[in-house]
Design a protein around this ligand. Structure first.
Ligand code: SF4
Length: 505
């Protein structure tokens, strides 16, 4: 028996999402996270609650593992509706296999009930290519990797092939990593307005205009400390993100770029120096010129969609025409590596809208295109107002992803990095495509966690990686702009205490 109307169906393009509660119960194991994330794949954007016993809730999933039998059971209003079981050998059960079996029973249960067949099967982690990377490192063949994903984890063939392509591209780019190499992230947490789906540390410029200079004072102080700390290392990547760094006015932007130049000398040809220009309504010809003059060799101009109506709906205050204008201005200013971020599954968009977006992007021919699928984050306005929007179904999103992949291929681009987030519509993936040689290496470093990334700014987190053990330590900055300005000395002290000392990270 199929579940109620609240599940996505294949019949309609949109579904108003209802904030329904899903309860779950664990019996004979404690794999809470695996159970909840597997349920979320089929029933996203609900509220989830672990319980002890079956009550009268709309939906309850029971996951049980005992005496060689793993089962998943579905209850509606306290009445059992379906069950899936599989046998296992308790003598030889590893932790990894236990997780796989638990997920498999829930997968079979909810697949039957919802009619959804997730393209990534049982894989719920952030990095789908990770398993493949490990297998390639063990010397497994391409065919063995694909068979493992499709047979053990029920990943669909084309997604398994995508994971293999990405794992190989990442391996190639990370192969040159040396222990003394590090990256630097600089956060500018201001934006002209807050996008509907935003969950980042981003403050509306109109309210914070008079704090920006003080923010830069604090940021410069933190950068001075990090420059001193990192003297014995080789800086490979600088990434200025946010927020929207180009929210700074021209004078403020130049002040920041000058400081970075003075402290980190980012002119070495092999250094990747990225600035997320982001919102077209913050970009001017002069800012593009400054970025080029100070050695920035990779920028992002992020339309998200090339449909004016959607831009309005998501809270952007610029038009598609402006996106085109700043893109050509960037080319005129000499920017030869431009990324464009897109989001699939924005409220109200159809597959035809995505096709239109890709046609427009193809005319611009950027060097990178990063295709995200919408994630409904807890801290976003979208999450609060979810019931007001038409959300894309998993089936339509699948079509949208295929359209984006086709156009990327048509533009001569290859997928080179991929990650997933929780609460992504349909549990799909974000993929970075690029022309050969135009990869954003910082993106891979941050995803693979193989390199130390020093980070400055409100909400930024520094992550040190010990290359001999892969041990990761984190030092967090406060999120609020006011706290960051007022407590900058404490942020520096935190780093002095938290960063490994003695010239070794
Ligand atoms: S541009 Fe990015 S950081 Fe700024 S509000 Fe939009 S999603 Fe948030």
């Amino acid at each position: 028996m199929a579940l109620s109307h609240c599940f996505w169906t294949a019949k309609s393009s949109f579904k108003k999402v209802e904030m329904e509660m899903v309860e779950y119960i664990l019996q004979g194991h404690e794999l809470q996270n695996d159970v909840q994330t597997m349920i979320q794949v089929f029933l996203p954007n609900r509220r989830y609650l672990q319980k002890e016993t079956v009550g009268g809730g709309e939906i309850t999933v029971v996951s049980r593992m005992e005496k060689g039998i793993a089962s998943a059971m579905l209850y509606r209003h306290g009445e059992k509706r379906a069950e899936q079981s599989m046998a296992y050998d308790p003598q030889t059960l590893t932790e990894k296999e236990q997780k796989r079996i638990i997920k498999r029973t829930i997968y079979e249960l909810l697949k039957e009930e919802t009619g959804i067949r997730p393209q990534w099967g049982l894989l719920t982690g952030v990095r789908p290519a990770k398993l493949i990377s490990a297998m390639l490192a063990e010397g497994k063949s391409d065919a063995e990797c694909i068979a493992f994903l499709t047979e053990q984890y029920l990943v669909r063939q084309h997604k398994a092939e995508l994971a293999l392509t990405v794992a190989k591209a990442e391996q190639k780019l990370l192969a040159g990593n040396r222990p003394e190499e590090i990256s630097l992230y600089i956060g500018i947490p201001f934006c002209p307005t807050r996008c509907l789906y935003c969950s980042f540390t981003a403050y509306p410029l109109a309210q914070y205009q008079n704090r920006v200079d003080e923010y830069l004072d604090a940021l410069c102080k933190e950068l001075e400390f990090l420059a001193e700390y990192s003297r014995n290392f080789i800086l490979k990547n600088i990434y200025i993100g946010g927020g929207t760094p180009t929210s700074l006015d021209e004078g403020q932007l130049e002040r920041l770029l000058q400081k970075v130049e003075e402290l980190f000398r980012p002119t070495a040809a092999e250094m990747e120096y990225t600035v997320e220009a982001g919102r077209p309504d913050t970009i001017t010809a002069e800012k593009l010129r400054l970025l080029k003059a100070y050695g920035v060799n990779r920028i992002s101009i992020n339309p998200q969609t090339m449909n004016d109506e959607t831009l309005r709906r998501i809270g952007r205050k610029h038009s598609v025409e402006e996106i085109r204008r700043v893109f050509w201005q960037a080319r005129q200013a000499g920017h030869e590596n431009i990324n464009m971020d897109l989001i699939l599954g924005l409220p109200g968009e159809t597959a035809a809208d995505v096709r239109h977006t890709m046609e427009e992007i193809e005319k611009l021919m950027p060097d990178n295109v990063t295709v995200h699928t919408l994630a409904v984050k807890r801290a976003s306005r979208l999450r609060e107002e979810l019931e007001q929007y038409d959300m894309t179904t998993a089936q339509v999103l699948e079509e949208m992803l295929d359209i984006a992949a086709q156009y990327a291929k048509k533009m001569g681009m290859e997928p080179y990095y991929m990650y997933r987030q929780k609460n992504m519509v349909g549990n799909f993936e974000n993929v970075g495509y690029c022309h050969p040689g135009k990869e954003g290496v910082y993106n891979i470093q941050i995803m693979e966690e193989k390199q130390t990334i020093l980070a400055a700014g409100a909400g930024a987190s520094t992550k040190t990686v010990d290359p001999s053990t892969d041990r990761i330590e984190r030092v967090f900055n406060v999120k609020s702009v006011e706290d960051y300005i007022g407590r900058i000395d404490e942020m520096i002290e935190r780093k002095k205490a938290g960063l490994p000392q003695g010239g070794r990270i």
